[in-house]
Design a protein around this ligand. Structure first.
Ligand code: SF4
Length: 366
């Protein structure tokens, strides 16, 4: 069982086998200009993604839904979802971004006013700063608590789900509050509502998620099937990405600041944090020269792989130099700090520019 609110590090292979997630690599040859996260195997799994590939190839309508739960600061691992949204936006997708304030309220004790403030100042500001076009008329962002269509649909869909099913999927305990038990139904409605007639009717939808969010996808696909004759829903497709390793070697998490570089960190703070990152280096320089480092166990290398180096050749060179013992961690980290500094300098400038537009989107969603 996976708890999407408190997941630990996940065994991706086991997840794929146990829940029937297909390898993303199976479809790579059919995707035009795949995103680097796809090419590098960071997006490792999918369900029914062939529908999305077909829609992109034919230029037909499809949508992407991915929510944000405003409960803390965004860290650099969260950037992966924004990167994918930008890619889909360029591919002509309709974008739906639910702000999961009902989830924050029920699962994280965050009140609605705080959620809204966090959503604008932290999430929307970063989304815009990272390059998502919020002025695109096919981008829809809303607060769950203020979206009557979604709440109404969630209620109707709840009719065909019972408590024991939710317990089996999520492992809810007897003392789990009922708002928390109910909130997955709101998420199901978030994902399915773009297929209602007033939003253009049934269409392929993809939900790009971290591997721990699969329970929501399974529930949604199941419910879509149960309501097929009522709404003609097409079961949503999904993709699954790996988590970025935190600076300490554990999963990066906003609730554990020592593991994370936050998108709102200044360049100086980000650089300082990177210098503390756990590497795949050996105990001594002699040993590293002799047997090489372990880039696959290195938080610095992951930062380069996920976010900082787009040039595949350059990345391969670093990997090889590390493995062959030609590159020592001190030099490698120093090079990485330059990239981190550059990235965060640009991001902080873009965040400043994005503030007004983010606030305007607050007015629109008020
Ligand atoms: Fe990581 Fe670089 Fe050290 Fe290799 S040389 S373990 S990639 S920091």
């Amino acid at each position: 069982m996976i708890d999407p609110w408190n997941s630990a590090i996940i065994d991706y292979e086991k997840l794929r086998e146990q829940f029937g997630i297909k390898p993303f690599a199976d479809l790579m040859d059919d995707i035009k200009d795949p995103h680097p996260l796809m090419k590098r195997g960071i997006i490792f799994g999918q369900r029914d993604y062939g529908r999305i590939v077909k829609a992109m190839r034919e230029g037909s309508s499809f949508a992407v839904v991915t929510g944000m739960m405003p409960s803390g600061k965004m860290h650099i691992g969260h950037k992966m979802v924004v990167d994918q949204l930008i890619w889909y936006q360029k591919k002509g997708a309709e974008i739906y971004i639910p702000i999961a304030d009902m989830e924050s309220y029920s699962a994280r004790e965050v009140d609605f006013k705080t959620s809204k403030k966090l959503a604008v100042e932290e999430y929307i500001t970063n989304y815009i700063a990272l390059g998502l076009d919020f002025e695109d008329e096919d981008l829809h962002i809303y607060l769950q608590s203020e979206n009557e269509v979604v709440k109404d649909l969630g209620y109707k869909l709840a009719k065909k789900v019972n408590l024991s099913q939710l317990k089996a999927i999520y492992g809810f305990a007897n003392n789990t509050n009922l708002a928390h038990v109910y909130v997955p139904l709101i998420q199901v409605a978030d994902i399915l509502h773009p297929q209602l007639d007033e939003f253009g009717g049934p269409k392929p939808i993809v939900v790009p998620v971290g591997a721990d969010q699969d329970p929501h996808i399974r529930l949604t696909r199941d419910i879509a099937e149960r309501f097929k004759s009522t709404y003609q829903f097409i079961a949503p497709s999904s993709t699954y990405h790996r988590f970025i390793t935190g600076l300490t070697g554990d999963k990066m998490s906003s609730s554990k600041p020592k593991t994370a570089i936050f998108l709102s960190d200044t360049p100086e703070v980000a650089v300082k944090k990177l210098k503390t990152a756990k590497t795949g280096g050996r105990e001594t320089l002699e040993e590293q020269k002799e047997i090489g480092g372990a880039p696959e166990e290195c938080a610095v290398y992951e930062m380069l792989l996920y976010h900082l180096i787009l040039d595949d050749g350059k990345l391969k060179e670093i990997y090889r130099d590390c493995q062959e013992g030609n590159m020592m961690c001190g030099e490698c980290k120093q090079n990485a700090t330059l990239l981190v500094e550059e990235f965060f300098q640009k991001l902080s400038q873009e965040r400043e520019k994005a503030k007004d537009l983010a606030k305007a989107s607050l007015l629109e969603i008020s």
